[in-house]
Design a protein around this ligand. Sequence first.
Ligand code: 2AM
Ligand code: CA
Length: 269
Amino acid sequence: MTLSITTGVLIQADRWLATAQRIALEAGALMRKQWRQTHTIRSKGYRDIVTETDLAVEQLVIERLKASYPDHAITSEESGAEDSAASIRWLLDPVDGTTNFARSNPNFCITMAAIEGESPVAGVVYDPLRDHLFSARRGGGATLNGKRIQTRDTTQIAEVMFAVDWPRNPAARREMWQYAGKLIEQARTLRALGSAALNIVYVAPGWFDLYMARSLHAWDQTGAAVIAMEAGAVLGTLSGAPWTPSSPDPVVAATPALLEAFYTLQEGI
Ligand code: 2AM
Ligand code: CA
């Protein structure tokens, strides 16, 4: 994987990460306050909803990012991609796991990433109920609440605890079912938290060994992917193409050996 970033960007990335952490904690406090309330739920597509909290958190984060970095661009789930030639872009998912949040299921988070072109520079995932702040900048290692985290040294499919997300589209779901089915026959077990960012970032401290999905967006996966990468994980895709933030079908594996074993297992699907 190349995904290279420029030296000038690396020098500033620690400051950007600190800003993102501060904003995520503030946004998380708002989510904590609102999650048990009755929500205003609006459908925005098939199996796709948005609540008043998604919009309120998004507005707060965009205001804060713009105040700190007026020259950076933002792409956010609810308001889309800002048309800008800026070299640094923030990807924001204000509430990842909205379907959980809307029914007061506690598995959700806020996630942000800074990218230069198609290369992730820094990422934050904050789970406000558990007070888990995961973060990383490229080349700087990954942390959970300030303590260094590392992936598990899993190489055998038989030891694997993996996670998936279910696409909204029925045909894509059937395909996902095939991939997951092949793996669950041999793996230890399967979990699905309902938040792509949490599912991915849980590979970083060794809480999961592998994750796969179809139909993700850059804002769902990039913050968590850079954290997993910095904790030692390797990234691929279900299609076998190299991973980038806009790959819809990431595979995140704790070790290179596991990614290889996964690809061998899935041959023929
Ligand atoms: P969201 O909550 O921000 O919408 C659900 O399984 C997880 O996958 C959530 O993190 C959800 O993000 C994400 N997701 C994003 N795009 C999806 C899609 N097209 N189909 C299903 N889940 C999607
Ligand atoms: Ca969302």
